[in-house]
Structure formats: C-alpha cells, structure tokens
Design a protein around this ligand. Structure first.
Ligand code: NAD
Length: 249
C-alpha cells in the first residue's frame, strides 16, 4: 500500500481529523514563506518588519513593507489545489477543522468554514485609539498617501489584525485550537516548518495524546521523527491525491 493510500485509509477510519497549516500551503498561490527556499525572512528581518516593539516605535518599516511587498503579494493571490482539497475534505465530512498560522484568508476563500486563525489576518486593520476597522484595500489606498496611515475618525494609529512577534496569541483562539488538539485522532500538518511556538505545540500535543500525524512539508521539520507519515512534497499535489483516494471505491 502506498503512503497516500495509507493516509486515506487512516482518515477514513478516524473520527476527528484536523489540519494544521503554515506558509507552505500558500507558497503555490505565490505568497512567500518565511523560512525555506524563497523565504521572505531571508530578505526582511522579522524583528524590524513584524515585531510589535519596533512597530510601536517606528511603524514606517511595517507600512513600507505592507505597501511594497505584502499588499501586492496577497491582494490577488488565489487559493490553490492544496487549499481546495482541504475544503473538499470538510465538505465530505472528513475534516473537522483547519488551524492555520497563515494570515492570508486563502482557506476561507477556498470554502473551508471552520478555520482557526492563530496569527490573525493581514486583510483586516483597526485603530488602536478608537477601534475603527479598515479593510485591506482601504489601508492600501491610505498608505499610498501617507505613511504611516492614520485613522480617518480620530487620527489614531492603525495596526494590522495580526499577531506580531513579541505579542501573545489571543486566549480564546488558542483555547479553541488546543481543544481541537485534544479532540482529534488524526492530524495533517501541512507546509509548516513547525518551529514557531506556541502554534507548533498543537500538532505536538495531539501526537503526544496518541493521534496519528502526517507531515506534508518540503523541508525537514523537528517533528519528522515522531510522525507516522512524512511526505517532503508539494501540498498542492499531495492533498488532492488524498481526496482522490478517499473518493475512489
Ligand atoms: P515557515 O515559512 O516557517 O515554513 C514554511 C514551510 O513550508 C517550509 O518548511 C517549506 O519547506 C514548506 N513549503 C514550501 N512550499 C511548500 C509546498 N508547496 N508544499 C509543502 N510545503 C512547502 O512557515 P510557518 O511554519 O507557517 O511559519 C510560521 C509563520 O509564518 C507564521 O507566523 C505565519 O503567520 C507566517 N507566514 C504566513 C504567510 C501566509 O499567510 N501565507 C506567509 C509567510 C509567513
């Protein structure tokens, strides 16, 4: 039996399956990963461009990065066969939740409905002073006129609805994710280097409890040794192949 067939068999026999995703699943949509080949952190230091202390001291780094790199990269990105396969698994009743570190909303765009966003979303913004909300296109337009853009209601500081380095994850979001880790008996860990904590503790926790773990990631990860399956291949090929196997009699 090949690996895809074994994973499909385990998913068929599982009662509660979760997917834990990282930047790698969106790489085939043209969004750079942080680490690995083509990783954006090779070029932009996260302690300057995505750190809360730096942002509060001098938000111009973030906003220049947003205007010149992030917005153009994410704006027209379309979900790919990997995202769509997860949405299909949910429709088939074979996937109970997607827990993602991604901030691009491509899981939702592809039709997944139960998505837990650990690190927030880069498509939403709010004013730190009055709470006024702004969308992606709004702030892009504003950043074309003024950097950093300020709130149209009160001139307060605008920030992205993402968790930056140096910030804690939201308690309710983390709780929901760990409840999934406690409930599941099969985890697909996809496109993540599995080095960012506490996020990476979600598949690790599930595995320690006895859930089966399949890692689909192009590079080696620190959890490969404890996984039941390791596929160092593109998510956009492996996930549709698993769906096909589940659909075949
Ligand atoms: P990471 O950049 O640390 O690791 C990505 C991994 O994906 C690498 O190990 C690489 O080998 C693998 N990969 C690349 N292309 C792949 C493909 N086609 N199929 C399968 N695997 C592939 O990503 P991470 O673990 O998610 O790191 C965490 C941080 O990255 C999070 O804080 C997250 O918010 C952030 N991030 C998100 C996005 C996004 O929203 N799309 C993009 C960049 C970074």
């Amino acid at each position: 039996m090949d690996v895809i067939e074994s994973i499909a068999r385990d998913i068929r026999n599982a009662e509660h399956v979760i997917a834990f995703t990282g930047a790698g699943i969106s790489a085939e949509s043209g969004i750079s990963t942080y680490r690995g080949q083509g990783g954006i952190w090779n070029k932009y230091d996260p302690n300057i461009y995505a750190n809360i202390d730096t942002f509060l001291k001098d938000p111009t780094y973030y906003w220049n990065f947003f205007r010149d790199v992030r917005y153009p990269m994410v704006k027209n990105a379309q979900s790919n066969p990997g995202h769509r396969a997860l949405a299909e698994l949910e429709k088939m009743g074979r996937l109970q939740a997607v827990i993602t570190q991604n901030i691009d909303e491509l899981h939702q765009q592809s039709g997944s409905t139960r998505v837990i966003e650990l690190h927030g979303t880069t498509r939403k913004y709010f004013c730190l002073k009055c709470g006024q909300r702004f969308d992606f296109d709004n702030v892009y337009e504003m950043s074309g006129k003024e950097i950093p853009p300020s709130c149209s209601e009160c001139q307060g500081m605008i920030r992205p609805d993402v968790i930056m380095f140096g910030e804690a994850l939201k308690t309710d979001v983390l709780r929901a994710a760990f409840e999934e880790a406690e409930a599941c008996d099969f985890v697909l860990a996809i496109g993540s280097s599995l080095v960012v904590y506490p996020a990476a503790d979600i598949p690790a926790r599930a595995r320690r409890r006895g859930a089966k773990l399949a890692i689909i990631n192009k590079d080696e990860t620190p959890m490969d040794h404890s996984a039941n399956y390791v596929l160092r291949e593109a998510a956009g090929s492996v996930l549709p192949a698993i769906v096909d196997k589940l659909n075949s009699p």
